[in-house]
Structures are given as C-alpha cells and as structure tokens.
Design a protein around this ligand. Structure first.
Ligand SMILES: [Zn+2]
Length: 369
C-alpha cells in the first residue's frame, strides 16, 4: 500500500476534447486557435493520403504547414529527428495523427518547442491520447521509461468516421482498457493511493464518477457498438464507446491510477505470444484476475465474462495465445507483475495470490465458453 500522508485532492485533463464525424475536415479551424505555424507528424500508413487532404484544407488561411512522416518508434532518436526537422518552422502547434507512438512523439516535439499539441488518434484502442506523457522505447522496441509534461494535450480531436472504419479489433481492445478504469479506481480509492496528477494526490469526486460512467457505458453499449463498427457504421453507440475508450478512460487513469489489471498486462508480456496482443486485450484479462484476487462478488465477475464472450475479449490462456502455459510460466507472469501496481490494492498481494488469480481466471473462462 502506498497511502497518502495528507488529504489534498487533484485533477488533470486535456484542455479541449472534440469528437465527431468528419471533424478532421475542420482541422485548420482547430489549429488556427493555437497559431499559424503548424507541424504535422503522421503515421506512415496514412501519410500520403492525409498529406494530400491536408494540403487542400490549408490551401487558404495563410498557415505555414510542414508534414513529417513518423519513423515508426517513439525513441529518443526519433524525437530528436522530428524536433530537428521542425527547426526552420518553429511550430506554434504540433499535430500528431496516428497510433500511440506517433502521438507520443508529437507530444515530445511540441514540448521541445513549448508549442501547443493537438492529438488526432486513428484508432480508439487506448486511453493514451488524453494523457500528458510519452512512453519512450529503444529502437528494438524495449520500453525504457516515460516523459512527463507539465500539461496534457491542448486538444484531443477525434474524427469518428475514421475511427469507426478502423479494424474493429482496435475498438474492442479499447473497451478492454476502458473496463480496467473503474476496478482500478476503486482499489486506489480504498487504499488512499496517489493518482497521476503531478506528484500524486487523492482522487476527486469527478474521478470516481467518470470511472463509473466509463464502466457503465462500455457494458451497456459495447456489444452493439461492435456490431455497428463491424459493418462500418458510426452509430450513437459507437460514438459513446469511442468517448468511453478515449476520454473517460484517459481521465480515469490519470485521476484515479492503475492497479492489478495493468500489473497483469505488464507482467504477462514476459510470455512472447502475449507481447503480440494489443494493450487493451491483455488489460482485459488483467481485470478478471484483479477482481478474482480481490474476491469481488460473483455477479460482477460473471457480468464481465459474459461481456467479454460477446465482444471477443480474452478470458482463457488459449485466447491469450498461451494454451500450453505451464505452472512455471504462470508463476513467472505473477512475479513479473509484482513490479507494477499491485501495491495500491487495499491489502498485501503476493505472487502466489496472483498465480491463483491467473489460474482461476482461466478456469472460469473455460467454464463460460
Ligand atoms: Zn491502459
């Protein structure tokens, strides 16, 4: 347990969040608020197509615009390369369009110029867009740490037409990440552990309310949102799930912190097949383990198994790609997970308890299939 010594509460969030269909068409209007020198960092997958579109959108208005293709990994070298590329322009605003690594690199470049940062995610798969930090890797993809910034993004802009057309696996993974928000919030609340606002404070009422709303939205809208997204539709359910995956989940994690579910997600990557899964997929399994370790009510646990089955989130070792995992493998995961956030649970957690939780999560999953 890492109980706080005083009662100060705190809140952090992006300055603006705008979500809607075809909202990228209005990007010039959105960036002009922050200045006329605009630096775009764009994922390789979208680069050519988007550059053409953006050139058309910025044909008028007198902004000076530069387009840079993201190199693929958020490393110190890539941050330096992009910062250097923007030297002549000296951007007022840096826009990152793409996945988590593109966004994180854009945040770092913006910070280097004290510029505004606009984040445009192309999937609704994680809570990262709203956060004021970048996760930095080596060129080989090894995680080496995080850069924390004095502010969250100035604007998180979501074009739901793009998000609804992305592979549906991303939307479902985002639901898995979002479903960790409330159980993790609750564990931190019970143990009076610090949130991720600056050096860490107590949660606000807002943090708890948003975490609950995140949970309820995913459970009530998730199944139909997946159905709609599978056929490329952008219904109100899809919009609601995108908001829960991105805004509610992001505000939740920063303001109420991680716990057991994210510990499992980090620990389980010691088994190579699991390292290939999407973040939200392993977090989802972690939620099941956390609730089992906590001894949560059976109804609460069964509700999640039922939901996971309907949307296709992992509930067994087989669905995690480790059908032949041995006891030793699972113990390795349990031990690795101890380096993360189990210490915020309101009771002492041991590797043996986590091992039991992992085995039981798999056993219940097999029964539910
Ligand atoms: Zn997460």
């Amino acid at each position: 347990m890492s109980m706080l010594a005083n009662s100060t509460r705190a809140w952090g969030s992006p300055s603006r969040y705008i979500q809607g269909r075809y909202e990228l068409e209005r990007i010039r209007e959105h960036t002009e608020i922050y200045g006329k020198r605009v630096f775009f960092l764009i994922d390789v997958f979208f680069f050519e197509r988007l550059k053409e579109k953006l050139q058309r959108l910025y044909a008028e208005g007198g902004s000076q615009v530069q387009y840079e293709q993201f190199g693929g990994q958020c490393t110190e070298e890539e941050i330096l390369r992009c910062t250097d590329a923007a030297k002549e322009l000296r951007p007022d605003v840096v826009v990152g369009i793409g996945g988590g690594k593109t966004m994180d690199t854009a945040k770092a470049v913006a910070d280097n110029y004290s510029a505004a940062v606009v984040i445009v995610p192309t999937t609704a798969s994680t809570d990262a867009p709203a956060m004021g930090l970048s996760v930095v890797y080596t060129a080989a993809g090894e995680h080496i740490g995080a850069r924390h910034y004095k502010k969250n993004p100035d604007l998180v802009l979501l074009d739901t037409e793009i998000l609804a057309k992305a592979p549906v696996r991303f939307l479902v993974a985002g639901m898995g990440d979002a479903l960790s928000t409330y159980p993790e919030c609750r564990a931190n609340l019970q143990s009076s552990s610090p949130n991720y606002v600056n050096s860490g404070y107590h949660q606000t009422i807002a943090g708890l309310a948003i975490s609950r709303a995140c949970h309820e939205t995913i459970l009530s809208k998730g199944v139909n949102a997946k159905l709609a997204a599978e056929i490329g539709l952008c219904t109100k359910d899809v919009e609601d799930v995108i908001e829960a995956n991105t805004l509610l989940s992001g505000l939740g994690v920063q303001n109420t912190s991680c716990a057991g579910a994210h510990s499992i997600a980090e620990g389980i990557t010691v088994l190579p097949p699991c390292a290939k899964l999407l973040h939200g997929e392993v977090v989802a399994f972690g939620v099941l383990v956390q609730l089992i370790v906590e001894g949560a009510p059976t109804d609460e646990i069964d509700e999640l198994y039922d939901f996971f089955r309907q949307v296709g989130l992992p509930t067994t070792f087989e669905s995690l790609g480790i059908p032949d995992a041995t006891d030793a493998d699972i113990m390795k995961v349990a031990e690795a997970s101890m380096h993360s956030y189990w210490d915020v649970e309101p009771f002492a957690v041991t590797p043996r308890m986590v091992f039991d939780g992992l085995m039981m999560a798999n056993a219940i999953g097999k029964r539910h299939r």
